[in-house]
Design a binder for this molecule. Sequence first.
Ligand code: PMP
Length: 428
Amino acid sequence: GRVFDPAALRADFPILDQTVNGESLVYLDSGATSQKPQVVLDTEIDFLIRANSAVHRGAHTLAAEATELFEDARETVAGFVGAAPENLVWTSGATAALNLVAYSIGNATDGRGLPASAPYALRAGDEIVVTEAEHHANLIPWQELAARTGAVLRHIPVHDDGTLDLHAAAEIIGERTKVVAFTHVSNVLGIVNPVTEIVALAKAVGALTVMDACQSVPHLALDLPALGVDLAAFSGHKMLGPYGIGALYGRTEVLEALPPFLTGGSMVTTVTLDEAGFLPAPQKFEAGTQPVSQAIALAAAVRYLEALGMDAVHDHERAIGRRLMAGLRDLDGVRVLGDAAEGTADRIGLASFDVAGVHAHDVGQFLDSRGIAVRVGHHCAKPLHARFGLTASVRASASVFTTDDDVDRFLDAVAGVRSYFGVEGTPA
Ligand code: PMP
């Protein structure tokens, strides 16, 4: 096979060719948002220049071309996760996709004339299970749904090493469980969770599975139907694509059974002043004008990743992850969150850590002064930080263009943080 050469890929990402605070940019914040290769930028602007028009309705040539590009993009992005196009609903991102599911279940639940036996309807006392490692986007919609329906929210705890407590999961997921919502890869820990085991536990009790695939779709080869999850959400801007586009994958029976969340134009069959009929999925969930140019550019991002090969991407980012972890473990006063031993858990190229005696924001500014971009704060996972006794951490996260040299520059800089802030010595 071809040799994966991250340094050569840098030429595809125009933003990397700049200095920040006098140093060449080291971008280690792809977990927050990825950079976009030139081909993605070109695809979006070309569409806007040549073919921009409303999809699914115009009788004119440009509208037909836009519709074809838009639906081709759906096929490309669906195919990237092993799915058929009718199983992929466009959303503005993962947050919108996860809210869509939670609100749809809420709609199935409260008095829309749906039969009491509506699948996925929740009743008081039913249980929704999440993990302790969720991003707020896969936590708060479930808190809200629980509050609206009287369902009870429970969580699967995380071990000290960042892996999920599957023993506890087997106890918690039971007859009352109706939904199991979990992240494939935590955006704080970088550990790949055992999907097969979680899905098996959920299936055994007939619970719906909802997977947050935000941090897995960009970094590893994924076949969502083969994983057996019912629903999965991801964001375009984290996978070399544009802002404002993402997707909800759903199994056919599940998408058929769930009622719409948003209603309006483009998702109906007949409409009278009194009532409306809905198109089948995915249109049923795509009310209103869609992010067309963004969807088409996301397909370009997917083709870029496919050309690299997702197995090669994962191998590369796993190696970067190992280098990050090994380097951070070596530093006095640095504690990595989710420091699972190698062989215990697969991971992506992402690590979050605490520097004893120095606030994460100070670490971030210190690194920035050396041209190194990282994320600081709670990364929208406050409960997970609380579990590790922290309110904030520093996160470094890689992409296809991240080199060993980037990691080494980052590690060298982190090694100097504690002396710079005058907190040298082994912490108590
Ligand atoms: N889940 C995870 C694991 C994430 O990392 C993110 C983005 N930080 C989200 C959900 C939310 O994605 P978005 O903000 O693109 O909707």
